[in-house]
Design a protein around this ligand. Sequence first.
Ligand code: FAQ
Length: 308
Amino acid sequence: AMASLEEHFEATIERDQRIEPRDWVPEGYRKTMIRQIAQHAHSEIIGMQPEGNWITRAPSLRRKAILLAKVQDEAGHGLYLYSAAATLGADRADLTDKLITGRQKYSSIFNYPTLTFADVGVIGWLVDGAAICNQVPLCRSSYGPYARAMIRICKEESFHQRQGYELLMTMMRGTPQQREMVQEAVNRWWWPSLMMFGPPDADSPNTAQSMAWKVKRHTNDELRQRFVDMSVPQAEALGVTFPDPDLKWNAERGHYDFGPVDWDEFKNVLKGNGPCNASRIAHRRRAHEEGAWVREAAVAHAGKKERK
Ligand code: FAQ
């Protein structure tokens, strides 16, 4: 029976069909899906903090309404993703506990500070841009609930990306100081955005298996290159440059060459030593503790209803 379950799983992947919650899956597949989906969910939830920092200080009512909507969308993405993880048997409370005790990761990018309002625009343009580049192929990921969540998430991310780019275009039409603010924010976010795609393929322990299971459709380096190629013309249209002297078109490859990413910095951020790791986790932990009474009240209410 085991052999036929395994054959059924392999054949489903082979035919490019989706794996659904009712299907038998190998333990490694379940583990890798929970790992990736949980990390993704945690990123959306922690990812509310850098931009949330500017909601009370947005320069106009219009900018405030847009930013509020974007940050709320991120909460929604986190919730769809926790639900997708639950279909694999993961427990939401347990995932939250793993996040606030540092036993599960979230994206390195959210450990950097948002120092000026231009950072809101640059996060939309580059961070959401990188997220879209990484997530569009995940709409064809082999796990059905994850792939379907990704379709809606990508639609919302493209709104996020456009609001960021539009904000930056507006600032670039402003004063010299505003233009400088945009360039300075781009300088800080460019390299961390390239790190979002994960380690180089040669140092990526999970890529080969995830590609074989069609969880991932492209390698980390392929997607990073795609992101560089699409960002360069956008930077030119905006009137900013990227802080990389080695960035140039390579006609032979048909791609932009770019300089080396500082992988020591990436590893250091993953270890918890980025500029904001401690405050991001502390903030999330405090919010969780302050929400305890809501969870307790909900459980008490459900218990009362059941006894009636
Ligand atoms: N940060 O073997 P690989 C967003 C870890 S977008 C931290 O290559 P894999 C939207 C990796 O987990 C951000 N850790 O791993 C938004 C693994 O560790 P583990 C979220 C990273 O899984 C925008 C180890 O390194 N998006 O939130 C990072 O095959 C604006 C070895 O790496 C997703 O999560 C990193 N950057 O490939 C929200 C997308 N990179 O688990 C708010 C879905 C790697 O073995 C505001 N995920 N690691 O201990 C993926 O596509 C993949 O999981 C990768 C990593 C590509 C991230």
